[in-house]
Unconditional design. Structure first.
Length: 452
């Protein structure tokens, strides 16, 4: 075998991920709060970037000279970024946030307002800390008493006191006790009601009223009335209030969708966005020629930040617009109006890559005329095949509607629902119906049936 040494020239194409390209991709993934954090970090490290809450006086900068300098550097011909009317984008959720209290905060306030001794307050605080987000006390008296150096009887007494707090039903140790607390608060005195709550909740859930009527020698109408009374109670009294984790993660929409005279209008939420501009001190520096190279390095970075944020804003609006164009019926009909939609379709409509759509919709929210939705919510699978198929969410909405309107004495089976769908030119199998019904938390027809 002969070995040779030589030089060979080869031309290859290779994608190199620069630091700026990586950061541009990260910017697309940022939600509102993360983007504001990024901007604040840039302002901390770049002396050229400044923020003003109010509109600047026109005499402060020689704007035309400054724009001319930017053009000579082949950069963007603007230095301002942000909403000129910050008040318009203010969300009602933001103004209400200051008044929101968590379940544990509410319970502590009531505890401190009660006329209790210092040691009792200490035990009460320990009990409140062990109440979960749904309002249930999930600890054991003996374990808690040992941990806080108290008697079991003291813990039990304080739990009964906390069970008298708002929301009604809080501090219950199980579902039966939770319902019982709510019924006693309403002044219900029927012994049969509490007997059924304590022992027969499973049969109530299955609508086995005939079985209960025979067992307790009562009329089915009476049992049904008791069932309606039980079902009117809140099984998760604590869920009305946000948990401490949820309060930290409250959501700010990235996009607002509003009804206009010519259809739906889309705008970015810029209520939190600082208005960025280049420090007026830099203009004098550049004109005098002092530290020009040093300043230009910071200037390039500042202009890149402004440019990338603006590009991100435009990309988010384009993608949101493509989603709204397809899902307009949703804002009128709800989930039934959702059409099949894939990220590929949106990418083609918005003229971006599919991966860009994925990055933009992940973790971002859209404030619509009918509520706040994650942008990913509008992407649904096509069950009917072809462009004019049916989305999975619209099928789920139809299943819920059918089961709500059915004859409770002759509920629709999964097969019957599938047949009804076929009449509406929606082809789904019985297994698909069963799968979606279970996802929606709807019982089977046998358990939904009301006898008598």
């Amino acid at each position: 075998m002969k070995l040779e040494f030589g030089l060979k020239l080869e031309q290859k194409q290779k994608l190199v991920m620069t630091q700026q390209l990586r950061q541009a991709i990260e910017l697309l993934q940022f939600n509102q709060l993360e983007l504001v954090d990024f901007i604040n970090q840039e302002m901390d490290t770049n002396p050229l970037l400044e923020m003003k809450e109010t509109e600047r006086e026109t005499g402060e900068l020689d704007v035309e000279d400054w724009k001319e300098y930017l053009r000579s550097n082949d950069q963007a011909d603007y230095v301002n970024f942000g909403s000129e009317q910050r008040g318009e984008d203010s969300s009602p959720f933001e103004s209400r946030h200051a008044a929101i209290v968590t379940l544990k905060e509410l319970l502590r306030k009531q505890l401190y307002c009660s006329k209790l001794k210092e040691d009792q307050v200490r035990i009460g605080e320990a009990i409140i800390e062990r109440i979960d987000s749904q309002g249930y006390f999930k600890s054991d008296f003996a374990d808690l008493a040992f941990q806080i150096h108290a008697y079991e009887e003291e813990v039990e007494i304080l739990l009964y006191i906390i069970q008298s707090f708002d929301p009604v039903g809080v501090g219950a140790r199980n579902l039966a006790e939770c319902i019982e607390l709510q019924l006693r608060d309403r002044g219900i005195q029927q012994t049969l009601v509490y007997k059924i709550v304590e022992e027969e909740l499973a049969l109530i859930a299955e609508h086995r009223y005939d079985v209960l009527a025979k067992k307790y020698d009562a009329q089915e109408d009476e049992i049904e009335a008791i069932a309606e009374l039980i079902q009117s109670c809140n099984p998760k009294p604590g869920s009305v209030y946000p948990s401490e984790d949820e309060l930290v993660r409250y959501i700010r929409p990235d996009v607002y969708v509003t009804r206009g005279e010519e259809g739906y209008e889309i705008r970015a939420n810029e209520s939190l966005m600082p208005r960025l501009y280049v420090s007026p001190k830099i203009q004098a520096m550049l004109k005098s020629g002092e530290e020009a190279e040093f300043v230009k390095a910071y200037l390039d970075r500042a202009l890149w930040v402004v440019k990338m944020i603006e590009q991100r804003r435009q990309t988010v609006i384009r993608i949101a617009g493509a989603i709204v164009d397809v899902q307009e019926a949703f804002f009128i009909e709800g989930d039934k109006g959702l059409r099949p939609l894939t990220m590929k379709q949106v990418a083609e409509e918005a003229d971006v890559h599919e991966s860009t759509v994925s990055r933009v919709v992940n973790g971002k929210y859209m404030q619509t005329p009918v509520g706040l939705y994650e942008m990913k919510y509008f992407f649904t699978t096509n069950l009917g095949g072809g462009e004019s198929g049916v989305s999975s969410k619209s099928v789920q909405a139809l299943i819920r509607e059918m089961t709500e309107q059915e004859d409770k004495k002759k509920p629709l089976s999964d097969q019957k629902i599938a047949e009804e769908m076929t009449k509406r030119e929606i082809k789904v199998s019985r297994r698909t119906v069963a799968k979606y019904r279970e996802e929606l938390g709807i019982l089977s027809s046998a358990k939904r049936k009301r006898r008598g």
